[in-house]
Ligand binder design. Structure first.
Ligand SMILES: Cc1cc2nc3c(=O)[nH]c(=O)nc-3n(C[C@H](O)[C@H](O)[C@H](O)COP(=O)(O)OP(=O)(O)OC[C@H]3O[C@@H](n4cnc5c(N)ncnc54)[C@H](O)[C@@H]3O)c2cc1C
Length: 452
C-alpha cells in the first residue's frame, strides 16, 4: 500500500528542512524523511560546533595578544566551556526534538528512517511507501571521505563528528587533509594547547583558494607552532599503545589522535538512483537552473556539487520551493558563490579564482593589496595579516572573483560579493567612498592596483 502525498523530501539537511517546512506552510501535503538528525550535518557536527570551537580559540589568541597592546595577560585554555556550549546550546546533546517539533508544527509528516527511491515519484522508507504527486526532493548531503591509506581503516581515527563531541583535547593531533575543515580544526585545537601537525597530499593547504591565501595561512600556522607538511604521501597509518603513527616518505609522525578531514563523499549510493535511471556511483547529481534532476525529481545541497555550503543548500531550497509552487524565478546563478574558511585570519572568497578566470579564457586584470599596511591593519597590529585580491574581467570592466584574507575577512568579503553578483563596474568601485579607517577601505587600494 502506498500513501499518496504532494512532495516527499529525502534527507533533512538545512535545504531539505527548509523545503519541507515552506511547502507544508504553503498548504502542500509533505513527508520529510531523515535517517539521523533533522537539520543535518551543519548544526550538530559541522558549521556551528566548529565555529563555537573557533570562537573560543580566537578569544585565547586575543588574550595572548594583550602584552603587545594593552598590558599583561596569563591565558590558560580549558575546553570545558566549548564542549558545554556545543552539547547544551548548539546540539541539545545531539537531540533534534526541537527541530522535529518545528517541522511537525509546520504541517510536515516526519518519518525517521533511510529513504530510498523506488521508481519515479516513489520513496520507500522502512515498511512505508510514499508516492509524490508533485515530486521528490533529495537533500541527503555528504559523509567524511576516508582515503584508502594502508592501515587507516583499522584505526580509531576521528572525523568531524568525533571532534564535535570532544569533551577534552588530546596532547597531540595529526590532521590528515588541509582543506577548510582541516585548517579550521587544526588552528582551533592548536590554540587550546594541542601539538598539531597538518598533513596535506596536495602541493599546498587550502588548495582551491588563491596561492597567496595558502601561503598566508601556512605562515601564520608556522608562527603559532603548528607543523604543516604539504605535498607529502602517507604510505601507512598504524595505531598501537594509544598512539597513531603516520609513515611519510622520509619520516614517521606520531600523535595521540588523528583526524581525517580529507573531503566528503556524497550520500548517493544507497538512494535507489538506478530505479529512476541515474547512476548510483555518481559524485553529484546534475541539476538544471531550477534544481531539477529529472521530471518530478529535485536535488539540493552538497549532492548537487555546486558548493558544499549551508548557504548553498538554503539558496537552492528557496528555488525548489518557487518551482514546486509554480512561482517565477530567479533561478540558480552560481557566478557569485561566497565561501569562508574561518581560520584567523579568515579567508573569504567569491566567484572565480585567478586561475579559474585564466583557464576560462578571460582577459583579466588582478589587483592585490596588503591588509597589514592599510591604515586599519597598521592600527590593529597584532593579528593583522591579510590581503585583498581582485580578479577583473578586463573586457567587461567588472569583477569576476575576489579573495579577502584578514581579520573578519568573511565580513569584508560581503562588499565584493555584491560587486561580483551585481556586476558593479570597477570604475564605480573606484569612485565610491570607503569609510576610514575600516578594513574594507583597502578594497579601494585593491581596485587601484588592478592591472598595476
Ligand atoms: C566540519 C565542517 C564544517 C563546516 N562548516 C561550514 C561553514 O562554516 N559554513 C558552511 O556554509 N558550510 C560548512 N560546512 C558544510 C555544511 O555542513 C554543509 O554544506 C551543509 O550541512 C549542507 O549540507 P546538505 O544540505 O547537503 O545536507 P546535510 O547537512 O549533509 O544533511 C543531509 C541529511 O540527510 C540525511 N540522510 C542522508 N541519507 C539519507 C537517506 N537515505 N534517507 C534519509 N535521510 C538521509 C542525513 O541524516 C542528514 O540529516 C561544514 C562541513 C563540515 C564537515
Amino acid at each position: 500500500m502506498s500513501t499518496e502525498v504532494d512532495v516527499v523530501v529525502v534527507g533533512l539537511g538545512p535545504g531539505g528542512e527548509s523545503v519541507a517546512t515552506e511547502l507544508a506552510e504553503a498548504g502542500l501535503e509533505v513527508v520529510g524523511i531523515d535517517k539521523h538528525l533533522v537539520g543535518g550535518e551543519c548544526p550538530y557536527y559541522a558549521c556551528i560546533p566548529t565555529k563555537m570551537m573557533l570562537r573560543g580559540a580566537d578569544a585565547l589568541a586575543e588574550g595572548r595578544r594583550i602584552p603587545a597592546l594593552a598590558g599583561t595577560s596569563a591565558v590558560t585554555s580549558d575546553w570545558t566551556p566549548v564542549a558545554a556550549r556545543i552539547a547544551d546550546e548548539a546540539t541539545d546533546h545531539w537531540n533534534d526534538q526541537v527541530a522535529v517539533d518545528r517541522l511537525q508544527d509546520a504541517g510536515v509528516t516526519f518519518v525517521r528512517g533511510a529513504g530510498r527511491l523506488d521508481g519515479a515519484r516513489t520513496v520507500v522508507v522502512g515498511d512505508q511507501t510514499f508516492t509524490a504527486r508533485r515530486g521528490v526532493v533529495l537533500n541527503t548531503g555528504t559523509a567524511p571521505a576516508v582515503p584508502p591509506i594502508d592501515g587507516l581503516a583499522g584505526t580509531p581515527y576521528w572525523t568531524n563528528r568525533d571532534a564535535a563531541r570532544l569533551t577534552e583535547v588530546p596532547g597531540s593531533l595529526i590532521v590528515v587533509g588541509g582543506g577548510p575543515v582541516g585548517a579550521e580544526l587544526a588552528q582551533a585545537f592548536s590554540r587550546f594547547g594541542v601539538q598539531v601537525t597538518v598533513v596535506e597530499a596536495a602541493p599546498r593547504i587550502l588548495g582551491p583558494e588563491e596561492p597567496e591565501a595558502s601561503k598566508l595561512i601556512g605562515d601564520v600556522f608556522g608562527r603559532e607552532g603548528l607543523q604543516v607538511l604539504a605535498d607529502v604521501t602517507i604510505s601507512e597509518i598504524t595505531y598501537a599503545d594509544g598512539h597513531f603513527s603516520v609513515a611519510l616518505d622520509d619520516q614517521t609522525l606520531t600523535a595521540d589522535k588523528l583526524l581525517v578531514s580529507a573531503g566528503r563523499r556524497p550520500n548517493l549510493a544507497d538512494l535507489g538512483l538506478d530505479t529512476v535511471g541515474l547512476d548510483p556511483e555518481s559524485k553529484s547529481l546534475d541539476t538544471d537552473e531550477r534544481l531539477r534532476v529529472a521530471d518530478g525529481l529535485w536535488a539540493v545541497g552538497d549532492i548537487t556539487g555546486e558548493g558544499a555550503y549551508t548557504h548553498m543548500s538554503m539558496y537552492q531550497a528557496a528555488i525548489v520551493v518557487r518551482d514546486i509552487l509554480d512561482q517565477d524565478g530567479p533561478w540558480a546563478d552560481y557566478r557569485a558563490v561566497p565561501r569562508v574558511t574561518f581560520t584567523d585570519p579568515e579567508v573569504g572568497s567569491v566567484g572565480m579564482s585567478e586561475k579559474q578566470a585564466r583557464d576560462a579564457g578571460l582577459s583579466i586584470r588582478v589587483g592585490v593589496t596588503d591588509l597589514a599596511t592599510s591604515a586599519r591593519g597598521w592600527i590593529h597590529q597584532e593579528g593583522n595579516d591579510g590581503f585583498i585580491k581582485l580578479i577583473e574581467d578586463a573586457d567587461r570592466g567588472v569583477l569576476v572573483g575576489a579573495c579577502v584574507a584578514g581579520p573578519a575577512g568573511g565580513e569584508i568579503l560581503s562588499a565584493l560579493v555584491v560587486a561580483v553578483h551585481g556586476e558593479v563596474p570597477t570604475a564605480k568601485l573606484a569612485s565610491m567612498i570607503y569609510a576610514y579607517p575600516t578594513f574594507h577601505r583597502a578594497i579601494e587600494e585593491a581596485v587601484k592596483a588592478l592591472g598595476a
